[in-house]
Each structure stands twice: as structure tokens, then as C-alpha cells.
Design a protein around this ligand. Structure first.
Ligand SMILES: [Zn+2]
Length: 280
């Protein structure tokens, strides 16, 4: 009788421990990207208490909760090391970090071209450490609070029609020195041409910046932002809700620009990715 009780108890304990264990499914898509691309990580299942996060490319990334799953986008750029890269999904609880899953993706190296820019002295005079700091502070202030829920729907669209005069990732050379890689694409279009929101979201910044000129930043949720720069006019204000195709401003050449164009950028959880992979 006593033996029977012990056996029954053992079964109960086993059943309880199996139920409490994390039964999660992790999907990562796509498995192969190029520098400038992004992957989506989805975690579904019965997560124990704690906050899930992702480790990738030397940093942690937030996972955003949706009704019965967690999801995030991981961006890559020219600085992301090419090759096989691990994506580790972790659960952070009060006193430890558990690894829930590990996946491997391939990041392909891209040979980003170089371009030489010639600015007139007046435009170049804008490029001082003070102006750079001022711009960074204004952008940081605008992006202090971001929307965790997905606000975009369907595909992103190009904000303006025109010729792409400078693609993503190009290394800019001026005054004989390299000034980093291009964080977006330049679309040449006539001065005053309408610029439209690439997708739905909340305007986080709509103001003149010292280097980027008249700028709009739209928060599409889940760490996805779009940037519209060098415009001649602003048609929205910070805090405003916009829908795909709404007018956000007009093409111009304000700030550090050599002629009328729209600089369009897409940022994924802090990393500027290739906008052409989001809209064609
Ligand atoms: Zn640009």
C-alpha cells in the first residue's frame, strides 16, 4: 500500500514538472539575408514568468508581446559581421537568464560602393560637432517613447516617385575623408513634390534639424521607424496619427543637401536597414 502511494506521487511530480517546463516554438525568417536586411523572430508557446529577449550581433533586442506570441525584427547594416550568426532567445527572470532556443542565420556580405560629394562652403559650414550634437539630441528627444504594438499593415510603399540617386550603404567621401555609410536612400524629385507616409504610424518628430533639414519620423510600432529628410515643407506635427499615403511633407534641399531630393530611411530596433527591402 505504501509503495503504491510513493509510485503515484512520483508520477504526479513528473507530470507537474513537464507541464511547468517552457514549451516554446521559435521561428526565424528568412534564414539568409544580406547586410542591410532584417529577420523576424516569433516565439509562441507557454512561456514561464519572465521577460523574453533576443541576443543577436552583440546586443540584446526586445521581443514585443502580441496576444498569444512574442515577435521582433532584427536589423542588420554594413557593420554587421557577415557569415553564420546566432540568434539566441532568452528568458530573463528575477535572478537568471535561461536560453530558450538558438537559431543560426547567414548574413551575406555586400560590397557597398563609395561616392564623392562636393558641397558648397556654406552648406559644409553646417557640419560642426555642435550641430551634430544638437541634431542627435533632438532626434533622441523625439524618440524617447515608442509604440510597442504593430501599427503598420501590408507592405510599405515608396514615399515619393523619383530616381534613386544614392542607394543604401554607400560610403560618402567629402573633403577627402570618409563620412560613414548612407543610412537610407536618396530619391531625386522636383522641389515641392508631395512626400507620403510609407505606412501607418504615429509622427514622433516633425521639425527642422541642422543637418537633415525639415525632417519627419514616423513610428510604425515594434521598433520600426521611417525617416523623411531634407524636405522643403512639413505637413504633419509630432504626436499625429498618419495612415499609409498621407502627406507628411514636400521634397526640398534643406540641411546638408546638394539638390532637391528625399532622404528616406528605415530603422529597425535601432539599426538603419535598406529601405528598398521594405518598399519597392
Ligand atoms: Zn541621404
Amino acid at each position: 500500500m505504501r509503495t503504491g502511494c510513493v509510485i503515484a506521487l512520483t508520477f504526479l511530480v513528473l507530470a507537474a514538472s513537464v507541464r511547468a517546463g517552457p514549451v516554446v516554438a521559435v521561428s526565424v525568417s528568412p534564414a539568409v539575408i544580406s547586410q542591410g536586411g532584417a529577420v523576424v523572430v516569433t516565439v509562441t508557446g507557454d512561456l514561464p514568468d519572465g521577460t523574453p529577449q533576443v541576443r543577436f550581433a552583440g546586443r540584446t533586442w526586445p521581443l514585443y508581446r502580441e496576444s498569444n506570441r512574442w515577435r521582433t525584427y532584427l536589423g542588420t547594416d554594413p557593420n554587421t559581421a557577415a557569415g553564420s550568426r546566432a540568434i539566441v532567445v532568452e528568458l530573463v527572470d528575477r535572478d537568471s537568464i535561461h536560453v530558450l532556443a538558438r537559431r543560426i542565420i547567414t548574413v551575406r556580405r555586400v560590397a557597398f560602393p563609395r561616392r564623392t560629394l562636393i558641397f558648397d562652403p556654406e552648406t559644409l559650414a553646417l557640419l560642426t560637432p555642435e550641430k551634430v550634437a544638437e541634431e542627435q539630441a533632438k532626434v533622441a528627444a523625439g524618440l524617447r517613447v515608442l509604440e510597442p504594438a504593430q501599427l503598420w499593415s501590408a507592405a510599405f510603399r515608396m514615399p515619393v516617385a523619383g530616381t534613386i540617386t544614392s542607394p543604401y550603404g554607400v560610403i560618402s567621401i567629402y573633403q577627402g575623408a570618409s563620412h560613414g555609410w548612407h543610412h537610407g536612400i536618396d530619391i531625386a524629385a522636383p522641389e515641392g513634390e508631395i512626400v507620403r507616409a510609407a505606412n501607418s504610424g504615429i509622427v514622433r518628430l516633425a521639425e527642422p534639424l541642422p543637418l537633415s533639414g525639415n525632417t519627419v519620423i514616423v513610428d510604425h510600432g515594434m521598433g520600426i521607424l521611417t525617416f523623411y529628410m531634407h524636405m522643403s515643407a512639413l505637413d504633419v506635427t509630432a504626436g499625429e496619427r498618419v495612415h499609409t499615403g498621407d502627406i507628411v511633407g514636400r521634397v526640398g534641399s534643406t540641411g546638408l543637401a546638394t539638390g532637391p531630393h528625399l532622404h528616406w530611411g528605415v530603422r529597425v530596433n535601432g539599426v538603419y536597414v535598406d529601405p528598398l527591402l521594405w518598399a519597392h
